[in-house]
Design a protein around this ligand. Sequence first.
Ligand SMILES: Cc1cc2nc3c(=O)[nH]c(=O)nc-3n(C[C@H](O)[C@H](O)[C@H](O)COP(=O)(O)OP(=O)(O)OC[C@H]3O[C@@H](n4cnc5c(N)ncnc54)[C@H](O)[C@@H]3O)c2cc1C
Ligand SMILES: *[C@@H]1O[C@H](CO)[C@@H](O)[C@H](O)[C@H]1NC(C)=O
Ligand SMILES: *[C@@H]1O[C@H](CO)[C@@H](O)[C@H](O)[C@H]1NC(C)=O
Ligand SMILES: *[C@@H]1O[C@H](CO)[C@@H](O)[C@H](O)[C@H]1NC(C)=O
Ligand SMILES: *[C@@H]1O[C@H](CO)[C@@H](O)[C@H](O)[C@H]1NC(C)=O
Length: 495
Amino acid sequence: MAPIILLCSLLYQLCDGQPGPPDPPGRIAVVGAGIGGSAVTYFLHQQFGPQVQIDVYEAERVGGRLATLTVNSQQYESGSPSIHSLNLHMQDFVKLLGLKHRKEVAGKSAIFNGEHLVLEETDWYLLNLFRLWWHYGISFLRLQMWVEEVMEKFMRIYNYQAHKYAFSTIEGLLRSLGGDHFVNMTRRSVAESLQGIGVSQRFIDDVISAVMKASYGQPVSIPALVGAMSLAGAQGNMWAVEGGNKLVCSGLLKLTKANVIHARVTAVSLHNSEKKPLYEVQYERDGTLGSDYYDVVIIAAPLQKTGLPISFLNFQPTLPDYAGSYHRVVTSIVHGYLNSSYFGFTDPKLFPFACILSTDSPDAIFHSLESLCPVNVSVGFRRKPPQEAGVWRVLSSRPLDRKELKTLFKSYYSVQVIEWQAFPNYSTHSSSKSLPPIILHDRLYYLSAAEWAASSVEMIAVAAKNVALLAFNRWFELTEKIDQQDLMHKLKTEL
Ligand SMILES: Cc1cc2nc3c(=O)[nH]c(=O)nc-3n(C[C@H](O)[C@H](O)[C@H](O)COP(=O)(O)OP(=O)(O)OC[C@H]3O[C@@H](n4cnc5c(N)ncnc54)[C@H](O)[C@@H]3O)c2cc1C
Ligand SMILES: *[C@@H]1O[C@H](CO)[C@@H](O)[C@H](O)[C@H]1NC(C)=O
Ligand SMILES: *[C@@H]1O[C@H](CO)[C@@H](O)[C@H](O)[C@H]1NC(C)=O
Ligand SMILES: *[C@@H]1O[C@H](CO)[C@@H](O)[C@H](O)[C@H]1NC(C)=O
Ligand SMILES: *[C@@H]1O[C@H](CO)[C@@H](O)[C@H](O)[C@H]1NC(C)=O
């Protein structure tokens, strides 16, 4: 009897019963080939398998805000220079692609208030601690514990993602890491949060404001979560990729054999095939227009006024309703002689710093000024002291004029200027609003939403894996892998 029942039930399934799992998507479009677009391409390829064709549209350069420029036939990072060591996805990519960490070249930092240096790093770590303690008392320790706690919670995401859990909103992702407290950290300022744990106003004014300016070009009113991430970076443990950080992007696209299309996406429209959405992506390449059809579309570029606009033609996705815009940061790469007198060192030979941060004062010329190492550091490389011509990166809120350049540098051979739409302008995000959505429409995803929680290479790589898992879990209706609460507990009992 039993075998017959089995046969019947098999036949039932084959003929008119439940359908099997849906076929994987035929084609996926990714808009943007920065670290977000390249990483999501890799994770999609990993999830859906190599038979799914992935087209990656890039309007300008593969790498996006990971970019280099050339001075004297050497390349230097002109966009995001460094990556935090706790960024496990970036670490994995570098290993996977056979790339290397760039050799570290030690260099000291100081903070300048427009008149004199308010804080100087010394050779000896303990002495630094002692000085900070002397100047700022317990504030410094409280800050360290706070940053450590945030990073420890943030690191949980790698475990969730290893188990293929995804989140349909940024708030949901943050809540799974650190509860409502973490979500609140996107709405509260870093200054307020630090005051709340007893960090002194003086420490915030002298040190925290300089780090926020140098990292994001914005004041201590920026949200606590993004502030904590940049403070984690300021504590060291930063690294860069030998040959340039952008090699990760080109490497991932090559590895996955993605079809990179050098074109600007101008519009997306919606068609239906067999009750499933089919998106038509329209693009412009060298003045000619083209279009193609996709089952899934992922936008890995900022959808803001200041970005390259994408129109949604015959449907209305849930778009981020930000009046919000991106914040300009100007990078000037100067090849020349630093004017160490400006920082109080009349003898350049005695100027010991590789990096100067500026406190947040209205007449500060720059956010930060740093002696750069080329992306390929040879064995004998040493930093050029100010009495020799070196390559310096100056970050500022607007282009430096000739007079300002002449103040910061005794003389120079060349200046190359790049104006970045670098980060969200966090002050345009009112604390009552939620963060932008990830799901804009059924199978249309917005990866860059995560930048409004924190704009960093790390956050974008995490967001890329989340979007790939979300697209996969939703395609195959694996609802138990989406928006699960209390994952900490669940994973402990699963293991
Ligand atoms: C000066 C500077 C310093 C920074 N420092 C750090 C740092 O120290 N540490 C850190 O972690 N982060 C830093 N960042 C931030 C970091 O670089 C970004 O968070 C990250 O690179 C964003 O990656 P993304 O892929 O999301 O976006 P992007 O890199 O901006 O990539 C988006 C890509 O999409 C393309 N694109 C846009 N619209 C279209 C369209 N319509 N059609 C086709 N293509 C399109 C663009 O050309 C671009 O290449 C810095 C950024 C800047 C600018
Ligand atoms: C988060 O913020 C809300 C609204 O301001 C508040 O009611 C709640 O207590 C906060 N939660 C935590 C854990 O900080
Ligand atoms: C720089 O490093 C990259 C990565 O290791 C390598 O591919 C490239 O050839 C190097 N370039 C030079 C000029 O040494
Ligand atoms: C260097 O800085 C000093 C002190 O601010 C200033 O007087 C001088 O004009 C600057 N420029 C040069 C070229 O020395
Ligand atoms: C950021 O937004 C605020 C509020 O809209 C505005 O006052 C400020 O000028 C903006 N900053 C930049 C650099 O765009």
